[in-house]
Structures are given as C-alpha cells and as structure tokens.
Design a protein around this ligand. Sequence first.
Ligand code: ZN
Length: 279
Amino acid sequence: MDKAIISVATTGGITSREQTPYVPITEEEIAQQAIESWKAGASILHVHVRDEDQLATCDPERYARVQELVRAEPGCDMIINMSTGGRVGRLTEDERIAPVRVRPEVASYDCGSINFGDGVFVNSPQFLDQLAREMQEYGVKPEIECFDTGMIENAKRIIDKGLIEPPYWFQFVLGIRGGAPANIQHLNLMINELPENSRWSVCAIGRHQLPMNAIALALGGHPRTGLEDNIYYSYRVLAESNQQLVARVARLCKEMERPVATPAETREMLGLPPFQPEA
Ligand code: ZN
C-alpha cells in the first residue's frame, strides 16, 4: 500500500466560532494551524477563507495571503489545495473559479450537484467543464470531490473529454446531509467505480471522521481530518486545534503500518511537479 497522505481541512465554509472557539478564521489563524498541522504530519492543506463577517468567500487575495503565510514558514513545503466550493448558493461561478487563478497546486473540484444541508449545491455540467478548463490552463490539479456515486460517473465523462489528466485524485465526502452516508458499504461501491490510475481519500462528517479515516487506511486510501469536517476530539469534547486531530491520525497511520507521506512523496504520488519555493 501507498504511504498515507494526510489532508487537513482547517476551516471549511460552515464551521463557526459559535460551534467551537478553536476554528481558525482569519488568514493568520488558518496559516498558523496549517503550519502546526504540517509539523504533525499533514501534507495537504485544504483551505477555505472567510470574509470580515466570518462567512465563506473565494476572495483570491485572502487565499493568496494564506499561501504566502504558509510559505513564509521555513521548510514548509505542504501542498495547498484551495476550495472552489464557495458558500452554497451564494457565490457566482466566476467568484468560485477565482482561486484557481492564484495557481495553487491543487484546488477542489465538486463533481456534481446535490442538496446540501438546507441549500442546493449547484455544479452544472457546463460549470464543471469550464472549471476543469481553467484548472488545466493554470496548471492546477483538481481534487475531485464526490459526495455520491453518480459524481464519479460525472468525473469519468470529464476525463473522457480530456479535461482532467491522470493520475486522478479523488476525495470522497461522506455523511453530508443530502449525500452518500458515511459507511463502509457506500465507500466500497465508490472505490469500485473509480477509473484506473486513481488515488482516493475520505473525509467524513462529525463522529464518522475517525472511523472512516481508519477504514480508509485499512483499504489503501488516504485520510482527511480537520475542523471543517468535525469539531470534536471525542464524545462531547471539542478538538482544541486542527493539529490535535492530525497528530491522532498520524499515530493511527503508524499503528496501521501506513507510514505518513511527506509533501514531496505526496507530490510524486499525485503527479505534481517538485516543490519550487518562491524566490
Ligand atoms: Zn472544503
């Protein structure tokens, strides 16, 4: 099996200060927890940014600021994966594409539409084509987020058009209200539908996060943790930081004989060019 690629999703678009005082909101707070998470074993930072009202935005300047702060940490070569999800139903397609133009190494690519909580998360076929084209143009690798099995079929159609190149990097997002439930049966179905030359990671919501991370490790996939997906460390006990969650997953990787991949090893597995620190 591969070494384990740990992704940390520090903030997300929904987790609020009312739910937990520990979620990083400003660019400085996000970068600080990202760097600590890298030290604890995370090789990919999945980042969302927030506006002055703490609401999710795709403001490219805020994304660029996080990237700059993370890169300012000596030796920090973690891969930055910017969300193009925006805020369900609130941002235009053009606003959602904006982070791609900041040229992160990876950006999220939500591969279909679903009911999402109380809203509808719209990712039309036309938008998916356009987003994939922009990612190709700017040299950004899509993290293909699939909330349900049909989204893998969408991905295959886009791959057939030549808009996404191998190796493919999938993120299964399980346990969203409106998407596939977080259990091993659904995960297995989704793995079976993957195109050749794919790697996959799992993120699962709330109490499902840790068990689905363990299942992913057992099945040869990769774990994502962080306060975007789950704010608890254990029953009714809040996680006090993203790095606390990452450190636990890193220990789990070790116990399950899946050594933690460095960012350099992750780049190799995902077919990304070697890290070039900005001059
Ligand atoms: Zn996200």
